[in-house]
Design a protein around this ligand. Structure first.
Ligand code: NAP
Length: 493
């Protein structure tokens, strides 16, 4: 790993230097064929902390060739052996959680506490899928008319391309790599250019855990579109799994349509957070804090807008504002820091623009509303009240620490407002009325609902969205199906 930062502590420097340099192709670490490298920045300071290899189209092709070459023997590897590699990787991730969390905080910005939480969450996908590897079942049955027999088997889909975002640099990787390894698929992984270090560290762990060369190949590149498109159009590739923005997801679905490639899409969200007057307000404020501030608001599951019944809106707003004002901003490595920087200047400017648009449309600022600090890309936790329906922030994904609050009078109005978006990833509902809870959960057009809960992510649950939030599920019993094909054999006895 080539580093150039003078401002890092000795421990930070050591953690960055432990990350292997280069591209990981066919079980070997090597430079890009162009010899070029890409900078990795610390978003809390804007300074370069490392450089990684900048893969070319030829390197992408070599990575896919390595995955294709390893596919047959990997598919033939006993499920128990595949599961045990994942189990070892789970243990290594857990043992090294402190260093991996520090690395993640340096490249992504979230607080160390949150980064540790992500390492634990990421590792759990490996534990879960190590257990699923040995439970890939088929069927044998008699045709209803008798005579013939039906044999149904599940087989690995084949070489996959896995593209991950910067907001959860480790967990969005293990959520795809875990089931792919368990199912017997080989893969090329492309992490986000802003946060490649966590994925490179993970590749090293997989190598140590005994994963054969070529099963997992990792390429980092700044020429993302140019390197990815030929892979998506390549007939040797059998599956694309993408987590990222809806905008890029749409483009990739178009590219994959030519060959009718199997595709999973985990895209953007615009989660509504509904608070009914019968809610436990303590729980609702606590849930709101989690749903809004987890990952600095840079989560696809982040509560994007709060719809609060009028009778409790003032109290909910006051209490949420107090809690947000009590959060400490700073570099995520510092003790006691709750809120780190946004990923880059562009993201910070987009948040500022959405806040300005809402204020121009008539919303009031209860707190925040400004960038923060003299370096890095911080934005102060912000609460907006009286947000009019026309404000862009109610429809667009804000991806930052901003809580816009609108009010409603009736349950119908709340459900209509919640569903009035092209997205459909998750919704949060706070109420103590069981019938209302179930009635509203059924009516929400989302793939997931947090019922009196501010976080839904769980490796043993099927994560995913509907509408423009994508298709396919990650985690749970469903997660491995994304990497399996069903083959039917008709038998005459
Ligand atoms: P993004 O810009 O769509 O990037 C995601 C990944 O796609 C990155 O690796 C990126 O590479 C790559 N990419 C960009 N353009 C590409 C192209 N033309 N061809 C192939 N790959 C391309 O999203 P992001 O800003 O990193 O992540 C934030 C988004 O992800 C948000 O919308 C969030 O809601 C969504 N997300 C969804 C889930 C979910 O499970 N539903 C989970 C987490 C995040 P570069 O970094 O090199 O551009």
């Amino acid at each position: 790993m080539s580093t150039m930062a003078q401002h890092l502590t000795d421990r930070e420097q050591a953690v960055v230097e432990a990350v292997p340099a280069g591209l990981f192709i066919g079980g070997k670490w090597r430079e890009s064929s162009s010899g070029k490298r890409v900078d990795v920045e610390d978003p809390a300071t804007g300074q370069v902390i490392a450089t990684v290899a900048d893969a070319t189209v030829e390197d992408g092709d070599a990575a896919l060739a390595a995955a294709v070459e390893a596919q047959e023997s990997w598919a033939a590897t006993p499920p128990r052996a595949r599961g045990e590699i994942l189990r070892r990787a789970f243990e290594l991730l857990t043992e090294r959680a402190d260093d991996l969390a520090l690395l993640m905080t340096m490249e992504m910005g979230k607080s160390l506490k949150e980064a540790k939480g992500e390492i634990a969450y990421a590792a759990e996908f490996f534990r879960w899928f190590s257990e699923e590897a040995v439970r890939i079942h088929g069927r044998y049955s008699t045709a209803p008319a008798g005579g013939s027999r039906l044999l149904t088997m599940k087989q690995p889909v084949g070489p996959c391309l896995l593209i991950t975002p910067w907001n959860f640099p480790m967990a969005m990787g293990t959520r795809k790599i875990g089931p792919a390894v368990a199912a017997g698929c080989t893969m090329v992984v492309k992490p986000a250019t802003a946060t490649p270090l966590s994925m490179l560290a993970l590749a090293k762990i997989m190598e140590e855990a005994g994963l054969p060369g070529g099963v997992l190949n990792v390429i980092t590149t700044s020429s993302t579109g140019q390197v990815m498109e030929p892979l998506i159009r390549d007939p040797r590739l059998r599956k694309l799994s993408f987590t990222g923005s809806t905008e890029v997801g749409r483009k990739l679905v178009e590219q994959s349509a030519e060959r009718l490639l199997r595709v999973s899409m985990e895209l953007g969200g615009n989660a509504p957070f509904l608070v009914f007057e019968d809610a436990d307000l303590d729980a609702a404020v606590e849930g709101a804090l989690l749903a809004k501030m987890r990952n600095i608001g840079e989560a696809c599951t982040a509560a994007n807008r709060f719809h609060v019944q009028s009778s409790v809106a003032e109290e909910f707003t006051r209490r949420l504002t107090e809690r947000l004002e009590g959060l400490r901003l700073g570099r995520g490595t510092e003790d006691g820091v709750d809120v780190g920087p946004l990923i880059d200047a562009g993201q910070r400017d987009k948040v500022a623009e959405l806040v300005k648009d809402a204020v121009d449309a008539g919303a009031r600022l209860a707190t925040g509303g400004t960038a923060w600090g003299d370096q890095g890309y911080f934005y102060a936790p912000t609460v907006l009240t009286d947000v009019p329906a026309s404000a862009r922030i109610l429809r667009e994904e804000v991806f930052g620490p901003v809580a816009p609050i609108a009010t409603f009078e009736t349950e119908d109005e709340a459900v209509r407002a919640a569903n009035d978006t092209e997205y459909g990833l998750v919704a949060y509902v706070f109420t103590r009325d069981l019938q209302r809870a179930l009635r509203v959960s059924e009516r929400l057009d989302t793939g997931m609902v947090g019922l009196n809960a501010g976080v839904v992510s769980n490796p043993s649950a099927p994560f995913g969205g509907v509408k423009a939030s994508g298709f396919g599920r990650e985690g749970g019993f469903e997660g491995i199906d994304e990497y399996l094909e069903t083959k039917y054999v008709g038998i005459t006895l």
